[in-house]
Design a binder for this molecule. Structure first.
Ligand SMILES: Cc1ncc(C[n+]2csc(CCOP(=O)(O)OP(=O)(O)O)c2C)c(N)n1
Length: 246
């Protein structure tokens, strides 16, 4: 019988809520690291937030940083251990709010690290508060009547902001809502790790995700919501690819 799928040896259990796409993000990372044969020298810098649950699901060396500080910790690790592959795995509250300074400066310095940014447009772990990426009119526990732009501003497009900086060499956004987009996401995650292996500098991959628990939706409905609300606002694609000539 033909073997059509083999589970990555560095994935253990899925620690995320049912239907949460964080599990898909970590599965893709595991597959890419193993396919590139760099899993034994990879160091995952985990943030505060649901991404920290990767402690249960990814069998990798790791460091847990204070909230938002993963890019600073990753900078120190990569500079002192240049032969290791160092990446951060951060949520949108973590990266785009409390850790905004760290991500901007690590990107601007062109640190040779890989950043995986899982944007589920809400503070998941703490119970569904408004995040910098929460969509206009989206309800959260701190925007009961929906995000109001006159008092809460607009959702921040992090990939576009990072793209404006000179140093980053690869900036992309993909979505985890469908098999087609998951395949594209895996491709770009692979490119981001290859970039680091080739000493090309800072890579940033934003992955659009869901949070059925805090969006208070069935998983299947959360995917529809992503397609009709999240993806039209956060456009998918490669925003910057220095090797590719942009
Ligand atoms: C310094 C500090 N401030 C606040 C918190 C509380 N806190 C824990 S997780 C979290 C939100 C994380 O949200 P996000 O980064 O969007 O990740 P998600 O859980 O949605 O994947 C917050 C505010 C904390 N642990 N430490």
């Amino acid at each position: 019988m033909k073997n059509i799928y083999k589970k990555s040896s560095i994935i253990s259990e899925n620690a995320f809520c049912p239907g949460c796409l964080h599990g898909v993000a970590s599965k893709l990372i595991a597959e890419v690291l193993e396919e590139l044969q760099i899993h034994q020298k990879a160091i995952c810098v985990l943030p505060v937030g649901c991404g920290t649950l990767n402690m249960e699901s990814l069998k990798l060396d790791r460091v847990v940083a204070a909230h938002g500080r993963a890019p600073a910790v990753a900078t120190g690790l990569k500079r002192s251990l240049p032969d290791n592959i160092v990446f951060t795995y951060q949520g949108d509250g973590d990266l785009a709010s409390i850790g905004l300074a760290e991500i901007i400066h690590a990107a601007n310095r062109g640190e040779n690290i890989t950043v995986i940014f899982v944007n589920n447009s809400i503070y998941g772990m703490t119970g569904g508060q408004l995040a910098p990426t929460t969509l206009v009119q989206q309800q959260s526990t701190t925007s009961k009547f929906g995000r109001n732009t006159s008092t809460m501003g607009y959702p921040i497009k992090m990939a576009e902001i990072i793209t404006q900086l000179e140093s980053p060499t690869l900036v992309a956004r993909q979505s985890l809502d469908s098999p087609r987009n998951i395949i594209a996401a895996k491709k770009i995650i692979r490119r981001a790790f290859e970039n680091q292996m080739n000493h090309k500098g800072f890579s940033f991959v934003e992955l659009l995700s869901n949070c059925p628990t805090n969006w208070k939706m069935k998983p299947i409905d959360s995917l529809d919501w992503m397609r009709s609300n999240v993806i039209p606002y956060f456009e998918l694609g490669i925003l910057k690819d220095v090797e590719g000539g942009k």
